[in-house]
Design a protein. Structure first.
Lengths: 139, 125
């Protein structure tokens, strides 16, 4: 088995990668919260979802994390009455994306917090490795 | 010559702490993975208590059975208070507490090693 402290750095790294992918998906959703289709009656932007999976790293013997799927949210689109919109259908209704900005913001906070936790783990294992190396200094 | 007992114990302690650190890292990294069960290492004291009594070797050709009994620290499911709807039982706050604990204990163990070395060196100088 390799040094567990090195393994810790790898695991925390995989966590950081996963959480930043999550933040990317959230930012795409928020950026497109008002993106309608461009032809009358066309479907607007569909909210994206992300799911994670833990994979056992054979060389380390510990579960790393990776992005499993980036899927689409199939909740129905909201409909607004806006006859002037280029995406409005014959009766003046426009399909709006199924993105709820409040949900996205809550999810963003959670991703943020988990990212920070992973960062803390990485920092700490680097510090512990440093302490061990420093034993050589005054021997 | 075998190592002084304190140094040996400190080495085992750091070994155990770094293994625990890796498990904490795995829990934190999988904090959003559906169905992930948080794990922890068996307490260090439990491992010391269960350390096997080895037979005295009266002849250098005798082999000790089953190693020193330390390397096999068992991984156990951690008793986290809640499981989310997705079946994930990682409690990030709890993991951060454990991380602080590991940090303090590791510092303690390395400082003990340092002091032991200084004592040995003070005899030699």
């Amino acid at each position: 088995m390799p040094d567990p402290l090195q393994a810790t750095l790898r695991i925390a790294g995989s966590g950081l990668e996963a959480q930043s992918a999550r933040l990317r998906v959230i930012s795409e959703n928020i950026a497109n919260a008002q993106s309608t289709g461009d032809t009358p009656g066309a479907d607007p932007y569909t909210r994206q979802t992300i799911s994670f999976d833990s994979v056992l790293d054979r060389s380390l013997g510990v579960p790393l994390v990776r992005v499993k799927t980036i899927g689409q949210d199939d909740t129905p689109f909201k409909v607004e009455h806006d006859p002037g919109n280029p995406a409005a259908d014959a009766s003046g209704f426009v399909k709006m994306p199924n993105v709820d900005v409040l949900t996205e913001l809550a999810d963003m906070r959670e991703a943020n917090r988990t990212y920070e936790a992973n960062l803390q783990v990485a920092k700490q294992s680097a510090e512990l490795l440093g302490q061990t190396v420093n034993l050589l200094k005054d021997a | 010559m075998s190592q002084p007992y304190v140094l040996q114990l400190a080495a085992q302690r750091t070994q155990w702490l770094s293994a625990r650190d890796a498990l904490i890292a795995a829990n934190v990294a999988n904090a959003s993975t559906p169905g992930f069960q948080a794990t922890d290492l068996q307490p260090f004291s439990a491992i010391l208590d269960s350390a096997q009594v080895t037979m005295a070797s009266t002849n250098p050709a005798h082999m000790t059975p089953g190693g020193d009994g330390f390397a096999e620290a068992r991984v156990v499911d951690s008793d986290s208070p809640e499981t989310t709807l997705s079946g994930n039982s990682v409690d990030v706050e709890n993991e951060m507490m454990k991380l602080g604990e590991v940090n303090r204990d590791y510092t303690m163990a390395t400082n003990i090693k340092r002091v032991m070395h200084q004592m040995i060196m003070s005899v030699l100088k």
